[in-house]
Design a protein around this ligand. Structure first.
Ligand code: NAD
Length: 359
């Protein structure tokens, strides 16, 4: 069966990494017709927006996309294309598996954690009020009249909405993922001891959902600061983590560090009507065009995509080829060598070639 998939190369190191992933995916023999679209600061002049409607329309139609990282310039008014994409398509679940592969130099060798991050609300909702603006003043006045706690007049405000329905669907997603993928435990991560309203609702909802899986999937909860320490000390004790947006973002990078770095951490943003596959890392602009960074995270995002479209055999073959190349440690990028300056490190393209050869 032919699959139609939207392909967004991204910017910074995005184009070289997504090209490597595309070549590896194609080499599995799966029949794919790509619809290529650009997004980000580079298309601003042409379309007046970094996320043109034709990109969204293509993903809505094909229901599946793979994208390279896209830069969010600091200090301009442009909101993150990555965040906007997730919001526009209601891609409420961010799935980030972090698994130890043999041959990767890391302090740990038995990590197999799947992060399920809520993708649409929390402090990422983008509801913000800049300091000294009339709207910000109105918000502060309102809050000060409603709450016994006082907000300083010279504050800026970012709103943290967490809904019952949003919490319910993400926790349900985590449990369903656990059931379908033979996992044993879901851990809810929160700060409900301090943010009793928002994180309290997230935790209470998680407990309600967990009750429906009693006897099938174990459930526990951890306070976010505590789990940071525990993940560093005993990561092998964790299985599936479900978290609100901001904690999910931070813990994703922590877990990527446990398994050898951002170059190895794939991801998927999944909703009821579409899914966008992308690495956890960003566009690493300082390495742009250097054929240097590790394509593994992007290729493993392709593995997740192949599984999502039901091409399980191709997914398994591609993951095994990645494992083999990493375990051999010969045709790998600088970040997988013992010394980062190792002259035997290969480039992005050459590592992808070795993976294709190992298929
Ligand atoms: P980054 O992930 O781009 O890079 C941080 C560092 O991690 C790099 O300097 C590099 O040392 C290492 N790294 C990242 N990817 C690697 C790879 N494939 N192989 C080897 N090493 C790798 O994070 P940043 O510098 O904070 O962000 C750069 C830009 O990317 C920002 O504009 C940010 O907004 C954007 N970003 C985009 C996404 C996305 O597209 N989903 C995600 C995160 C950040």
């Amino acid at each position: 069966m032919k699959h139609k998939i939207t392909f967004i190369p991204g910017d910074g190191v995005g184009p070289e990494l997504s090209d490597a992933a595309k070549r590896c995916i194609e080499a599995t023999g799966v029949d794919i017709e790509w619809e290529v679209f650009d997004a980000g600061i580079g298309v601003m002049e042409k379309y007046g927006t970094p996320l043109p409607e034709n990109v969204l329309a293509s993903i809505r139609k094909n229901k599946v996309a793979i994208k390279g990282p896209i830069t969010t310039p600091v200090g301009t008014g442009i909101r993150s294309v990555n965040v906007e994409l997730r919001k526009a398509l209601e891609l409420y679940a961010c799935l980030r598996p972090c698994k130890s592969y043999k041959g990767v130099r890391s302090r740990y060798d038995k990590v197999d954690i799947v992060i399920v991050r809520e993708n649409t609300e929390d402090l990422y909702a983008g509801v913000e009020f800049e300091q000294n603006t009339p709207d910000c003043k109105k918000v502060i006045d309102n809050i000060n009249s409603l709450s016994k706690k006082r907000i300083r007049e010279d504050s800026a405000i970012s709103i943290k909405p967490i809904s019952k329905s949003g919490s319910e669907r993400i926790v349900k997603f985590a449990f369903e993922y656990a059931v379908k993928n033979g996992r044993n435990k879901v851990t809810c991560v929160h700060k409900a001891n301090i943010m009793k309203a928002t994180d309290g609702l997230f935790l209470a909802t998680a407990r309600e959902v967990a009750a429906k899986y009693e006897g099938k999937i174990e459930f526990e909860d951890r306070i976010v600061d505590n789990i940071c320490m525990q993940l560093v000390q005993r990561p092998e004790e964790y299985d599936v983590l479900v978290l609100p947006n901001l904690y999910g973002d931070i813990i994703s990078d922590l877990c990527a560090g446990l398994v050898g770095g951002l170059g190895l951490a794939p991801g998927a943003n999944i909703g009821d009507n579409a899914a966008v596959f992308e690495a956890t890392h960003g566009s690493a602009p300082k390495y742009k065009g250097m054929n240097k960074v590790n394509p593994t995270a992007m290729i493993l995002s392709g593995v997740l995509m192949l599984r999502h479209i039901g091409e399980n055999d191709a997914a398994a073959r591609l993951e095994n080829a990645v494992k083999k190349v990493i375990a051999e440690g010969k045709h790998v990028t600088y970040d997988l060598k013992a010394e980062r300056t190792d002259p035997t490190a290969v480039g992005t393209r050459q590592m992808a070639d070795a993976i294709i050869k190992a298929l």
